[in-house]
Design a protein around this ligand. Structure first.
Ligand code: NAD
Length: 443
């Protein structure tokens, strides 16, 4: 992704093949950043060199080009990606992102992160990620459907319920997953419905989805926040919250924290930032965004700049938009006690070093936003068994899974005197390394 830590670049990436764009002034090497966390963890955990070598690159990098007939009668050629990082623990698993700035390196980074996340959460999944380089807000619903269907058709048997299982991410949602499932069923031929259902997760409940998936990532974040608050003897009620990104993760997290008595005082998305010292009515703001597509024009807040947003006096900050949003400038400006990474990779390493110096704690993405993939796993299990669990069952399992993983991270960090992030990578690396030690390399 081409955002810089001091603000997203305004350059619009070409979503159409053949249109050139100028390279951004300074490219953020997201994949190398993720690799550096493994390197840090490997200083503590004994990861055999060959395991590090294998995990240093994705197993498969799939790039497809496919044409789509647009509403105006013209054809456009799109570029789609599916990066499959590791399947040593189980099928590749990870979201599909539609974004105009997305590129190969970002998908490689996000796919690798999924490997670490699944391993930390003890899920029988590996890591994958993919998507299409285009702005989904700039196309009609009918075009979005055709783009999604052609993309999944192009991927063919590179995805499958036992091989690679996509899910929603930035710019995609349950509706996109319903189209993806339907395309897959119509492409693979005669298969049992139960056998095909698990090809994607994050589906609508009416089409094989699970209760609790829509809010799962936010719910997982909230379990982590509550556990942090319990361990830190910090009372959440009456405290102030700021959220960057008000989509699936940001809005659900804010809504759940509002029920705990927290007050959302600052919020931002791709259109800008709003401030309300009295606290937003999160429910109304969420409804507004569902109807209008963004926070732009919402009446009950004062417009502020990105710089002013990062300097707001609050207690908790949930970045829930994109990677590389918190660099040294933002980290110096933040006036909070805790940063909880809803997004993948929102803090860059320089920003994180400033946060550490200033004593601002971080609950890292690999743990904090793992509620999404965890409930995706529950959905996949239900699809395989033709079952439908209740919301209570899903919530109960998720809470236990998040608290167990939190405990694994905290114990590792305490025993090895390292950051929470390195601890998450350490726990995951231990699990992966052991599998390679047991199974060795074929042939
Ligand atoms: P989404 O598309 O529903 O929402 C993204 C939000 O970010 C929108 O409000 C958008 O306006 C905002 N945004 C985009 N560009 C921005 C910018 N330059 N500055 C400020 N805001 C910007 O996506 P989502 O599913 O909520 O995902 C958000 C983050 O959470 C991503 O990093 C994603 O990888 C991560 N994540 C998502 C899930 C999930 O289950 N959806 C699970 C784990 C992690």
């Amino acid at each position: 992704m081409t955002q810089t830590a001091s603000g997203p670049t305004s350059q619009r990436a070409a979503d159409v093949v053949g249109v050139t764009k100028l390279p951004p002034a300074e490219r953020y090497d997201f994949f190398r950043v993720i690799q550096s966390y493994l390197d840090e963890a490997a200083k503590i955990v004994k990861v055999p060199e060959h395991v590090r070598l294998i995990l240093s690159q994705p197993k498969n990098e799939i790039i497809v080009h496919f044409p789509v007939l647009m509403d105006n009668g013209e054809y456009r050629l799109f570029k789609g990606y599916r990066i499959q990082h590791s399947n040593i623990l189980g099928p590749f698993k990870g979201g599909m992102r539609y974004h105009q700035d997305a590129g190969l390196d970002d998908f490689k980074a996000l796919a690798a992160m999924m490997t670490w996340k699944s391993a930390l959460m003890n899920l029988p999944f590996g890591g994958g990620k993919g998507g299409i380089k285009f702005d989904p807000r700039a196309v009609s619903r009918a075009e979005l459907q055709r783009i999604t269907r052609r993309f999944f058709h192009s991927l063919g048997s590179n995805v499958g319920p036992d091989y690679d299982i996509p899910a929603p991410d930035v710019g995609t949602n349950a509706q996109c997953m319903a189209w993806a499932l339907d395309t897959y069923i119509n492409t693979v031929g005669m298969v049992k419905k139960e056998d095909a259902m698990g090809v994607v997760t994050g589906k609508p409940v009416s089409s094989g989805g699970t209760f609790g998936r829509e809010k799962a990532t936010g719910q997982g974040l909230v379990h982590c926040i509550m556990e942090w608050a319990r361990r830190s003897r910090f009372r959440l009620e009456g405290k102030k919250l700021m959220v960057q990104g008000f989509g699936n993760v940001g809005a659900n997290t804010a809504a759940l924290l509002a029920t705990l008595g927290m007050s959302l005082v600052a919020v931002g998305d791709h259109t800008g930032y709003l401030y309300n010292p009295e606290g937003f009515n999160v429910h109304r703001l969420k409804q507004y965004v569902e109807q209008n597509g963004s926070i732009a024009g919402y009446a009950n807040g004062q417009k502020i700049s990105r710089e002013e947003f990062f300097a707001v006096q609050a207690d908790l900050f949930v970045p829930a938009a994109l990677e590389n949003q918190i660099g040294p400038i933002e980290a110096e400006a933040l006036q909070v006690r805790l940063v909880v990474e809803g997004a993948n990779g929102p803090c860059n390493p320089d920003g994180e070093a400033v946060l550490a110096r200033r004593g601002i704690e971080v609950l890292p993405d690999v743990l904090a936003n793992a509620g999404g993939v965890t409930v995706s796993y529950y959905e996949w299990v239900q699809n395989r068994r033709s079952e439908q669990w209740t919301l209570e069952e899903v919530d109960e399992r998720l809470e236990r899974a998040m608290l167990d993983a939190y405990d694994r991270m905290a114990q590792f960090a305490r025993q090895n005197n390292c950051s929470n992030r390195v601890a998450c990578y350490g726990v995951a690396a231990q699990r992966l390394a052991q599998v390679y030690i047991d199974r060795e390399i074929f042939p």
